[in-house]
Design a binder for this molecule. Structure first.
Ligand SMILES: *Cc1c(COP(=O)(O)O)cnc(C)c1O
Length: 362
């Protein structure tokens, strides 16, 4: 490849070109420190400023106040699957999980290691084509928390209206759609996301939580697994993934410059509509995996009439500079990940490619 491609990978995923250029511009000498951001001490004033700014930018974008804290952790969203029950599921309580895909199943599996769990709803039947209706959700008596996955990266479904269960703490894995559109962040007690899909590079996991959850965590779990440890030390208990947090902060600034979450919603709806239209107007040549009322703005999953055609589609697309379209093995077919940083041009190019491919093979 002699030029940049359109990157439809599910994660790590595309970053805004403006952000990459900024990183390139200050790579050798970060803000007159005479050092690269890759070399800088995490105890330096320069890094402390990045750490502070990233938290402030995230809270500003989500409209959250002083009762929330942002942590920058490591271990990916997958470590959060275990940290959440370790910290918030006492032995005599039950945690409720709503299963909408492979990532919710993995979160549940970890919780089972620590206490009682209850599946409050599942759409496994039909291979996770949809999000459950509110009246299908049956909570246990007085659950310690309810866990949801806001966007199902593999199956291409997304909650259109995020649920809320009154006083019951609501926890969400938003790894693949955080900041994709406005939502009532204050309905959540804790939100977590691996950065590498919609927020930045891999290596940092964002946790946004109500402050009262970050106190009095159990004393019999490892220090690094206690949220309190990281909250008390402003995510600087041990060496943080400084470069990843720095790029994350640039991405947050970029989202702000694009009109914040309102701007992202408009941008993402416009992009996704191009591809969903190509599916819907194909007369059955392309079929979406997700039920229409559960379609994701971030991961668009679709099939072709045969696996042979699907293979041909992915390899010809790659030659045309459209990368990362092969679907996950549990769904098959194709998946276009259209996170915030994916451009309108990229989605237009994919739509054109889909029309052309159908003409040649339909
Ligand atoms: C990718 C993904 C994960 C796993 O993230 P890691 O940071 O690799 O652990 C978890 N949940 C969802 C919804 C994802 O898309």
């Amino acid at each position: 490849m002699t030029q940049r491609v359109f990157n439809f990978n599910a994660g790590p995923a595309a970053l805004p070109l403006e952000v990459l250029k900024e990183v390139q511009g200050e790579m050798l000498n970060y803000r007159e420190t005479g050092m690269s951001i890759l070399e800088i001490s995490h105890r330096s004033k320069a890094y402390e400023a990045i750490n502070r700014e990233a938290e402030a930018n995230l809270k500003e974008l989500l409209g959250l106040g002083d009762n929330y804290k942002v942590l920058f952790l490591q271990g990916g969203a997958s470590t959060q699957f275990a940290m959440i029950p370790m910290n918030f599921l006492p032995a005599d309580r039950t945690a409720d999980y709503i299963l909408t895909g492979a990532w919710s199943e993995k979160a549940l599996k970890e919780a089972k290691l620590f206490g009682n769990t209850h599946v409050a709803a599942t759409t496994a039947e039909g291979n996770y084509k949809r999000i459950p209706h509110l009246d299908e959700i049956q909570l246990s008596d007085n659950p310690a928390y309810v866990h949801i996955t806001s966007n199902n990266t593999i199956f291409g479904t997304q909650w259109k209206k995020l649920p809320s269960f009154g006083q019951v703490p609501l926890i969400a894995d938003m790894s693949s759609d955080i900041l994709n559109q406005p939502f009532a962040a204050e309905d959540f007690s804790l939100i977590y996301a691996g950065a590498q899909k919609n927020l930045g590079p891999s290596g940092v996991t964002v946790v946004i939580a109500r402050k009262e959850l970050l106190e009095n965590n159990p004393k019999d779990i490892p220090t690094m697994m206690r949220y309190e440890t990281h909250a008390k030390n402003d995510s600087l208990y041990n060496t943080p993934p400084a470069f990843s947090v720095y790029v994350l902060n640039l991405v947050l600034q970029w989202v702000k410059s694009q009109g914040g979450l309102v701007g992202m919603k408009k941008h993402n709806e416009e992009k996704a509509a191009l591809i969903y239209n190509a599916i819907d107007q194909s007369g059955g040549f392309y079929t979406g995996h997700a039920q229409e009322d559960s379609r994701s703005l971030m991961n668009i999953t679709f099939r072709l009439p045969s696996e042979e055609l699907e293979k041909a589609f992915a390899s010809q697309a790659e030659k045309a500079g459209l990368i990362g379209l092969k679907g996950h093995r549990s769904v098959g077919g194709l998946r276009a990940s259209t996170y915030n940083a994916m451009t309108l041009e990229g989605c237009q190019a994919l739509q054109q490619f889909m029309l052309q491919f159908q003409q040649n093979n339909g």
